[in-house]
Design a protein around this ligand. Structure first.
Ligand code: BES
Ligand code: MN
Ligand code: MN
Length: 456
């Protein structure tokens, strides 16, 4: 039977099995869901087994488990390692979901559920593509799967696992579907990801909350101070003012920027989708450049003082914020975190104490376009979309990717099938049924081309 016929015959089951996975609230950030995260790992393991994988195991870590499985058929064949993550972001705010986050529902040809696109719908395409190749006896590369449960919390335990299992994870390429394409009719392959520095700040004024009439105007208010400190970190051109912040930024060549300017981008559609009256960002760069090749600083959350019903006239003792910086090649997460810390401490006004606590981070990456693996991915997409994919830069981060290159010395291909408008991490996250089956159809083509190109 052909792969296409097998996929067609099993279409409904392929969808139902994804829905079963989406019903498990595998939220890695919240310890209340640790049991569900494990249940999800077990479900992934059992899907790998029934698809035909050998040596399937649930690898314990200091945190959530990693699911491993493999099919090693022929030592002369190249080996493809599939990486993905079965953990998801929290669903809150739940009241903004049209249908509940963990009750997958189809509307307008899209699957709505937390994790539909990021990353259950995407890594599961690989499981179903593998099953298809097994059942149609068309597998032509050895395969290894490593599906983790801590990507959304920084992959802190995956690095040590890789270092301790170099031989087991040996492969000719690591293939990942956890990024976006430009559009369903504009296939693309990410050739870069941004890194991340993430900090939490605590700003302290007086030793206790004060009456804002008795003390207001005479004692520094930590919320006022935090707001002006944050505001001062961008200038009028929306450049970041932390001294040295741009020192290591790898400038993109004029030719690469020229190529980026041809990536289809509809500003009307973009602003309409987000219901904003204009875009906003660093002067001198296009929207695609602002998310692809430029670093950023964003407040992710800010709190302090009185936020309950009615009013309370209080001059608070403390204010807090969570701040993330997206990094580009060749910035270093640790170096940028240190620059932030020194700068933030230096701009504290009189009467204010600050503490900066670093969270997890990740390094930016660039992946090669002149490799056999990239060419195989491009040829696979050309087969199924009928067009050559465009190389693009993803704005998000996958913290383990830089480590794959450093510790496993294995190159990565980011062949994602989602869209930036899939509402990743937001209410009403969704994934197109078109995209799910396009992935299942394209992945075996990657295996085919990768095997062929390795022969020549
Ligand atoms: N899959 C995303 C990253 C992504 C999305 C890359 C779209 C390119 C395009 C991943 O699951 C993610 O959300 N990563 C986090 C990093 C992590 C340390 C929380 C991110 O980018 O915020
Ligand atoms: Mn992801
Ligand atoms: Mn994510």
């Amino acid at each position: 039977m052909s792969q296409a016929a097998y996929i067609e015959q099993n279409k409904d089951r392929f969808l139902q099995e994804l829905f079963d996975l989406l019903r498990i609230p595998s939220i890695s950030a919240d310890s209340a869901f640790a049991g569900d995260v494990r249940k999800c790992a077990e479900s992934v393991a059992s899907h790998l087994r029934s698809a035909g994988a050998d040596n399937v195991s649930i690898e314990e870590t200091a945190g959530h488990p990693i699911v491993y499985g493999e099919k090693m058929i022929n030592p002369d064949w190249p080996t493809v390692l599939i990486y993905g993550h079965y953990d998801v972001q929290p669903s809150a705010p739940d009241e903004l979901w049209t249908t509940p986050a963990f009750e997958p529902t189809v509307r307008d040809g899209k699957i709505y559920a937390r994790g539909a696109a990021d990353d259950k719908g995407q890594f599961f395409m690989h499981v179903k593509a593998f099953e298809t190749m097994m059942k149609t006896e068309s597998l032509c590369c050895n395969v290894k799967f490593m599906i983790e449960g801590e990507e959304e919390v920084g992959s802190g335990n995956l690095g040590p696992f890789c270092v301790n299992n170099r031989e087991k994870l040996k492969a000719d390429v690591i293939l990942i579907s956890d990024t976006s394409m430009v559009a369903n009719d504009v296939p693309s392959i990410d050739v870069g990801l941004r890194g991340l520095s993430y900090v939490e700040v605590e700003v302290t004024g007086p030793n206790r909350d004060l009456h804002s009439g008795v003390y207001g105007g005479a004692v520094a208010n930590p919320i006022n101070a935090l707001c002006s400190m944050i505001a001062s970190m961008h200038d009028d051109n929306r450049h970041i003012t932390i001294p040295g912040f741009y020192n290591d930024v790898l400038e993109t060549s004029a030719a690469d920027r020229e190529a980026m300017s041809h990536i289809p981008f509809d500003i009307e559609e973009y602003t309409k989708d987000l219901n904003v009256n204009d875009v906003y960002g660093e002067k001198g760069f296009s929207t695609i450049e602002r998310t692809g090749i430029r670093p950023t600083l964003d407040v992710n959350g800010i709190w302090g003082g009185y936020t309950g019903e009615g009013s309370k006239t209080v001059l608070p003792s403390k204010a807090y914020a969570k701040i993330s910086m997206r990094l580009v090649p060749n910035q270093s997460s640790e170096a940028i975190t240190n620059l932030f810390k020194n700068h933030f401490e230096s701009i504290a006004p009189p009467g204010i104490k600050v503490e900066v606590r670093p969270h997890h981070g990740g390094e930016p990456v660039l992946t090669p376009t002149d490799s056999i693996a990239y060419k195989a991915a491009a040829a696979a997409m050309k087969d199924t979309f009928g067009k050559d994919p465009i190389p693009t830069r993803g704005g998000g981060s996958i913290p383990i990717v830089a480590l794959f290159e450093k510790e496993l010395k294995t190159k990565v291909v980011l062949m994602g099938f989602g869209l930036d408008s899939d509402a990743l991490h937001s209410p009403n996250e969704h994934y197109g049924i078109f995209n799910y089956f396009k992935g299942i159809e394209t992945i075996p083509r990657f295996f085919h081309h990768f095997a062929e190109l390795n022969k020549s």
